[in-house]
Design a protein around this ligand. Structure first.
Ligand SMILES: Nc1ncnc2c1ncn2[C@@H]1O[C@H](COP(=O)(O)OP(=O)(O)OP(=O)(O)O)[C@@H](O)[C@H]1O
Length: 264
């Protein structure tokens, strides 16, 4: 692999309102320093893509943003959300996850009905009113572009849905909690091209109401759907800029090599 200077970086200033920001974020898995000094501002109501070669730390970084790494890694630094450091040990992580939802690479619906998949998490969060549950069920499935396909079969097992439908159900399950921020870790990598484009369309619609941060291996997908892109290499954020600039006028050599296919 080519050797690059990892201390140089280009991080653009975000002019939009911020949804979330990281300040000197460091992640360690034992002796393995996986994320170095990440300082990023994520804009509200935009899609930000995290790209980079396998093992560069994309998922690690994403998972810190709603405290999913607590049990496996040491995470130092601040993650600021609504003027609060949500990386503080005093913060209730379950509260954090109500505001910052996560969708994983493989669709992981519960072995329950479509309806129960949505309602279960809401009831666990203390929402018990029938009208409220029904309203959130319909709204979340509509927002995830699944309602028309399932509205007559809400009691059918979620496991009988296609992979793409299951992933949209997982998105619906996340947004039923009415989070502000949606984190997605390669949500379409296990899906066929038609299901992938449906997920991409859904994300474009969702960004009206949610700030979205997505990890993707797929450079075309990042350039199609995201407004901002961060390129990571060996745990360092090398470049962060508008997606059009990252792909057409990269400022850093490693980014240029990566987006032009001359990396490694
Ligand atoms: N649970 C874990 N325990 C120990 N080390 C881990 C763990 N998860 C990731 N790592 C290490 O952290 C580094 C970054 O991994 P990470 O999965 O975040 O990269 P990635 O860019 O998301 O990779 P990929 O694109 O292959 O999913 C790697 O060195 C990896 O081995």
């Amino acid at each position: 692999m080519k050797e690059y200077n990892l201390t140089d970086s280009y991080i653009t200033d975000i002019t939009e309102k911020k949804a979330l920001s990281t300040d000197n974020l460091q992640v360690y898995y034992g002796d393995n320093h996986a994320i170095f000094d990440a300082n990023l501002n994520f804009p509200r109501y935009k899609i930000t893509a995290l790209i980079g070669a396998s093992g560069c730390g994309k998922s690690t970084f994403l998972r810190c943003l709603n405290r999913m790494n607590d049990k496996v890694a040491r995470v130092d630094g601040e993650i600021m959300y609504r003027n609060t450091d949500i990386n503080s040990s005093k913060i209730n992580v379950y509260e954090v996850r109500k505001h910052i939802g996560m969708v994983f690479q493989r669709p992981n619906p519960f072995a329950k009905s479509i309806k129960e998949n949505i309602i279960f998490a809401l009831k666990n969060a203390g929402i018990n009113q029938k009208d409220e549950l029904e309203e959130r069920l319909e709204q979340s499935l509509k927002s995830a572009a699944l309602w028309d396909e399932v509205k007559d079969n809400l009691n059918k097992s979620a496991l009988a849905l296609s992979g793409g439908q299951q992933q949209r159900l997982c998105i619906a399950r996340s947004i039923a909690m009415k989070p502000d921020i949606l984190l997605l870790d390669e949500p379409a990598s296990a899906l066929d091209p038609i299901s992938t484009s449906k997920i991409e369309e859904t994300l474009q619609t969702l960004k009206k109401d949610y700030s979205i941060i997505i990890v993707t291996h797929n450079l075309q997908q990042a350039s199609r759907i995201s407004d901002y892109t961060a390129f990571l290499h060996l745990g360092h954020i090398i470049e962060y800029n508008s997606t059009v600039n990252v792909f057409t006028h990269p400022k850093m050599r490693p980014t240029e090599d990566y987006v032009s296919g001359n990396f490694g």
